[in-house]
Design a protein around this ligand. Structure first.
Ligand SMILES: Nc1ncnc2c1ncn2[C@@H]1O[C@H](COP(=O)(O)OP(=O)(O)OP(=O)(O)O)[C@@H](O)[C@H]1O
Length: 350
């Protein structure tokens, strides 16, 4: 069942152009020309109930602008979005009852007040019945292992403790859809694990999540589907596992040899990190050189002492999509279908 339906959503900001030279700065005192910034352009996608979607892109790609429109904070320049059957920026009052949001860099708690009091305020704002509130608070505090810390003023909490309370705050009214913006930023490995486990648990219980993050571990551990936006346009919308196939059959190989690797000369093999004379990280294109041939050739030329073969790291995949790698590509160009359609087909026919 479709929960989010976005159709050709576009947002153009109008900003004042700033001069840099003394003359331009002086001219700006009299007249400041306006400039258009196309933050999001014609994006179309849909999300089903119960999905966990990572919404990714480099800095300035248009992620926050999209999330602001989907949470109803910002009006689009054109296009439509229906979330839970409502238009977020038009029916905001009704809409916010059904959604939650957690921002890693912004707090929804009140600095001098203990989280438990802020929770109670939210209960009143959302009109959550006492019995539902108690049941949810119990469940959330158990899952996140939050004990008495919620009775301390927020300013005394560690970042990990505060983030757990931010999640409770966002979930107490029982939202069906939750927007997460960098939910694990700055957390240590234990806090990250506990937050990620919590998100997975809530997702299993049917909550839909839209996750924006620059932490690719979050993506690998949480999201099955990835939407990548770049320069305001969707360049990939499909399963995370299919990203691998989009790049062809490339593998990452870490290798230790008997003789120096620089003597190795093979088509389809690139040294991405030279660790020592006899140890390196290679990227191999198995379409050009199948694994078996690669292993035989390396053994003959340099002698293999140790070797580990893994899929390309997600960072490499993302760099390619963000256009900083060796080639820029889009799901649409690789598959012959519009990026928004690719996910619904569930597979990339390559
Ligand atoms: N209020 C605004 N006025 C003018 N331009 C804006 C405004 N907000 C964002 N922009 C511009 O719109 C583009 C998209 O910005 P947005 O904040 O949506 O990107 P983002 O993908 O969230 O980036 P980041 O990962 O850095 O948070 C950028 O070029 C940004 O400078």
């Amino acid at each position: 069942m479709t929960m989010i339906e976005v159709n050709q959503l576009t947002k153009t900001y109008m900003t004042h152009e700033r001069g840099h030279s003394m003359r331009e700065i002086a001219m700006n005192l009299i007249r400041r020309p306006m400039k258009e910034v196309r933050a999001v352009q014609d994006i179309t996608f849909s999300v089903n109930r119960g999905e966990m979607v990572a919404f990714l892109g480099p800095n300035g790609a248009g992620k926050s602008t999209t999330l602001k429109m989907l949470t109803g904070v910002l009006h689009p320049t054109s296009g439509e979005a229906k979330v839970l059957g409502l238009t977020p920026w038009k029916q905001r009052r009704e809409y916010v009852r059904h959604i939650g949001a957690v921002f890693g860099q912004k707090s929804q708690l009140l600095w001098d007040i203990p989280p438990i009091d802020a929770f109670y305020m939210n209960k009143a704002i959302y009109g959550v019945p006492e019995a539902d509130y108690r049941r949810r608070l119990d469940q959330l505090t158990t899952l996140l292992q939050v004990g008495d810390i919620m009775k301390k003023p927020t300013r005394q909490l560690s970042l990990g403790e505060r983030m757990k309370c931010e999640f409770i705050m966002a979930m107490l009214h029982g939202p069906q859809l939750v927007f997460l913006d960098e939910p694990t930023i700055g957390l240590d490995v234990f806090a990250k694990e506990s937050i990620r486990d919590f998100i997975k648990d809530m997702n299993k219980q049917g909550v839909t999540f839209i996750l924006t993050t620059h932490d690719l571990d979050d993506v690998e551990l949480l999201a099955e589907r990835v939407i990548v936006i770049n320069h305001g346009e969707i360049v990939y919308d499909n399963a995370l596992t299919n990203l691998q196939r989009l790049l062809g059959d490339k593998k990452n190989v870490r290798i230790v040899t008997d003789t120096p690797i620089r003597q190795l000369s093979l088509q389809g093999v690139t040294v991405v990190n030279s660790i020592s004379e006899v140890e390196a990280e290679l990227e191999i294109d198995t379409e050009i050189i199948p694994l078996k041939r690669f292993i035989n050739a390396v053994n003959e030329q340099c002698g293999i002492q140790d070797m580990a073969i893994t899929p390309l790291p997600i960072e490499t995949l993302m760099k390619e999509l963000y256009g900083q790698g060796s080639r820029t590509m889009t799901a649409a160009s690789a598959t012959g279908v519009p990026a928004g359609v690719a996910a619904q087909q569930g597979d990339l026919s390559m």
